[in-house]
Write a protein of this length. Sequence first.
Length: 144
Amino acid sequence: MTARCEIVLQEDADVDGVLLVEIESWLRGVVADLAPAADSFGVRLAGDDEVRQLNARLRGNEAPTDVLSFPGAPTPEGLHLGDVLISLPVARRQAKEAGHGLRREVKELLLHGILHCLGHDHETDDGEMETLELELRQRWVRDD
């Protein structure tokens, strides 16, 4: 990742501005580690309706999901790693069920999304992505 890597965080849900600042700082480190050639990466924290609509259109599933990933490609400006869409209401529910904070849940979902943007696919790789994700959580996701 160059020093100019642009990370764009968008939110269309009830998000604490402090959470966004903390996530952006953490995200810069993760992207630099996992995708050092990336010049840009986008993240959107959204509501269930937006995620449900995209999930239905793209995957044929009418339910909201926690995270959708859209791998990027080289552009005239450099390598776009991709975009990740997270349902903040689903993340809140999952955090509560898991007994940890929202910040940790969002980090876990972002890490999962980044791995998809890097080409990993837990639906077809016989557990390789899951193993890698668990290893990376040890390094990148603390008990928040």
